[in-house]
Design a protein around this ligand. Structure first.
Ligand SMILES: *[C@@H]1O[C@H](CO)[C@@H](O)[C@H](O)[C@H]1NC(C)=O
Ligand SMILES: *[C@@H]1O[C@H](CO)[C@@H](O)[C@H](O)[C@H]1NC(C)=O
Ligand SMILES: *[C@@H]1O[C@H](CO)[C@@H](O)[C@H](O)[C@H]1NC(C)=O
Ligand SMILES: *[C@@H]1O[C@H](CO)[C@@H](O)[C@H](O)[C@H]1NC(C)=O
Ligand SMILES: *[C@@H]1O[C@H](CO)[C@@H](O)[C@H](O)[C@H]1NC(C)=O
Ligand SMILES: *[C@@H]1O[C@H](CO)[C@@H](O)[C@H](O)[C@H]1NC(C)=O
Ligand SMILES: *[C@@H]1O[C@H](CO)[C@@H](O)[C@H](O)[C@H]1NC(C)=O
Ligand SMILES: *[C@@H]1O[C@H](CO)[C@@H](O)[C@H](O)[C@H]1NC(C)=O
Ligand SMILES: *[C@@H]1O[C@H](CO)[C@@H](O)[C@H](O)[C@H]1NC(C)=O
Ligand SMILES: *[C@@H]1O[C@H](CO)[C@@H](O)[C@H](O)[C@H]1NC(C)=O
Ligand SMILES: *[C@@H]1O[C@H](CO)[C@@H](O)[C@H](O)[C@H]1NC(C)=O
Ligand SMILES: *[C@@H]1O[C@H](CO)[C@@H](O)[C@H](O)[C@H]1NC(C)=O
Length: 441
């Protein structure tokens, strides 16, 4: 277990039974209303160093939703809960050079661990390693492959001030292809100094009043949750959200890239309060269809946020064709049962246009109004939905750096042209009329 001689670990732990069993569907619903977990155990781990002082402390609840393949080759979803039987072998205090490790084993061959790293001022979860054993026939009946399966996923916990204890009562979800890990009622502190748990709490963002009132928040069913943030005391203004990361998405037709899209996306969902949600390129997959005159790009962030872009081609003259963005739809899904929380569509766009065979670029922030309550902000956009050659963008047509500056001359010019046309027309009609009048006389 411990490598260093100075650190002999004394682990004390207990498990606490929580509530009774109820229907799975009910659970899924209540997961999102921040309370009501059943047949779950809180785990408490208190790791001590050689001086018998606490160096790593954690108390939390977790559960796992796992998809596995059965003997009949279909896929089944199951729930793995902590048993009353939890051990903590392998947990490590950690120091400046070695990561701390919180490790638990439970049930028939399942285990879970997270390691923590520290800097001068903060500590932070690094990777979560989860092993489930499909030999456990009560959890994985009829599993095709029997034996341990391990997944490693980066922890989403944000850095926490050293000597602060991290607390998050709201549920946090960590999703990978076949496993969703759910954590709640989390209290954790790594690199505890002088054996004393910090008196100051770092609360996750989901717990802070700006985003989570004491009653189940109405926006909780939309939040795609990146809650484990060491939030400072809540401020009165809504929390400024960082600009989204730019994603590089592409579609293929056969083995040829047929659509390219680089873009940072941020959803602005207003229910009771505006809520900004960044699309995370790392958890977003691209899908869709390329065509000669219509192309569709569908982005899916963790089965909870779906955005579809439809591009079409129009003739602007007998020889020239342009593409443009015609339609955008947004669907927000309940991540666990797939039910639709919200859906919005606007098929009347005429944006992002460029000549066919070129690409369209716009670095600055743009806003797409999908509905009264949903907008999309785009950043660092570079898109080519048609005629992609050799996996590369063609020449870009940029949005003007300042639309207004160019728009005004265009509007003024158009107005002047219109005025001239009217004058000419009036003149011609006038002449005709007077000519006609002259004739009848
Ligand atoms: C940290 O722990 C490792 C492994 O136990 C040990 O070798 C190292 O000396 C420790 N470093 C410090 C600064 O205590
Ligand atoms: C979370 O913990 C608090 C007290 O620590 C407890 O009252 C509450 O019931 C717990 N929530 C759940 C969902 O277990
Ligand atoms: C650590 O503390 C526990 C009880 O608090 C005690 O039983 C144990 O002997 C102590 N161990 C050492 C090495 O001091
Ligand atoms: C399992 O859950 C996923 C979503 O988490 C869902 O897409 C899938 O349809 C479910 N499968 C079954 C067999 O219920
Ligand atoms: C408790 O854990 C041990 C070893 O980890 C295992 O052999 C045993 O079956 C478990 N008991 C229960 C009731 O899960
Ligand atoms: C660590 O602390 C030292 C001195 O307090 C400082 O110079 C250094 O920049 C800090 N390093 C980090 C990564 O914060
Ligand atoms: C944490 O654990 C992961 C997975 O085992 C490992 O890849 C990573 O290097 C560890 N981090 C540190 C700082 O040791
Ligand atoms: C799981 O089951 C397989 C076959 O039944 C067996 O070979 C293997 O040793 C088992 N593994 C564990 C960890 O029980
Ligand atoms: C830990 O103890 C040392 C010496 O007793 C003291 O200087 C330091 O401030 C203490 N740190 C905390 C976080 O209490
Ligand atoms: C989501 O929140 C909205 C607005 O508060 C509410 O009308 C809707 O019923 C909620 N949906 C779910 C699935 O909880
Ligand atoms: C895929 O690419 C390979 C060469 O990279 C080529 O030989 C093959 O014909 C391509 N297949 C299709 C369906 O275009
Ligand atoms: C699309 O364009 C390609 C190449 O110009 C052509 O071969 C194909 O028939 C067109 N497909 C349709 C459905 O028009």
């Amino acid at each position: 277990m411990a490598k260093g001689g100075w650190r002999s670990l004394l682990l004390s732990a207990r498990t606490v039974s929580m509530g009774s069993r109820r229907a799975f569907a009910r659970l899924l619903f209540l997961l999102l209303s921040t309370s009501g977990f059943f047949q779950s155990y809180a785990v408490e781990v208190d790791v001590k160093d050689g001086a018998n002082a606490t160096c790593l402390y954690a108390n939390w609840m977790m559960r796992f939703l796992i998809t596995y393949e059965t003997n009949s080759s279909d896929y089944r979803n199951t729930t793995l809960n902590l048993s009353s039987n939890v051990t903590h072998d392998g947990s490590v205090c950690g120091n400046d050079t070695q990561a701390a490790l919180l490790a638990v084993q439970f049930g028939e061959g399942h285990s879970w661990s997270v390691n923590f790293t520290k800097t001068n001022e903060t500590y932070q979860g690094d990777f979560i390693t989860f092993t489930y054993n499909t030999n456990d026939t009560t959890v994985f009946p009829d599993a095709k492959r029997k034996g341990p399966v391990t997944i490693v996923v980066r922890d989403t916990m944000q850095p926490v001030q050293l000597n602060n204890v991290f607390v998050c009562h709201n549920a946090d979800f960590l999703e990978t292809e076949s496993v969703t890990q759910i954590f709640w009622n989390v209290t954790v502190q790594a690199f505890v100094q002088n054996g004393t748990i910090g008196k100051k709490e770092s609360r996750c963002r989901a717990d802070t009043p700006t985003s989570a009132p004491t009653v189940p928040p109405t926006i909780a069913n939309v939040t795609t949750a990146s809650p484990t943030t060491a939030s400072p005391a809540p401020t009165t203004a809504p929390k400024p959200v960082e600009n989204p990361e730019t994603g590089n998405y592409s579609l293929k037709s056969g083995n040829k890239t047929c659509l390219l899209a680089n873009v940072g996306l941020q959803l602005n969902v207003s229910q009771d309060k505006p809520l900004l949600v960044n699309i995370n390129p790392k958890t977003t997959s691209a899908d869709g269809a390329c065509g000669n005159t219509t192309a569709i790009l569908k982005l899916n962030d963790r089965n909870s946020t779906l955005i579809g872009f439809t591009f079409v081609v129009k003739n602007v003259s007998t020889t020239a064709q342009k593409f443009y963005l015609k339609e955008v739809n947004v669907t927000l899904l309940n991540r666990l049962n797939g039910s639709v929380i919200s859906n919005a569509d606007n098929s009347n766009f005429s944006k992002w246009d460029a000549f066919l065979g070129t690409s369209y670029m716009c670095q600055k922030e743009q806003t797409l109004e999908i509905s009264d309550s949903i907008q999309i902000h785009t950043f660092n956009l570079w898109i080519q939905p048609f005629l992609v050659e050799e996996n590369k963008f063609s020449t870009a047509q940029e949005c003007s750096l300042d639309d207004d500056d160019i728009l005004i001359p265009i509007v003024v010019g158009a107005a002047l042209a219109g005025l001239i046309a009217i004058i000419v027309l009036a003149y011609i009609i006038g002449r005709r009329k007077s000519y006609a009048g002259y004739q009848t006389l």
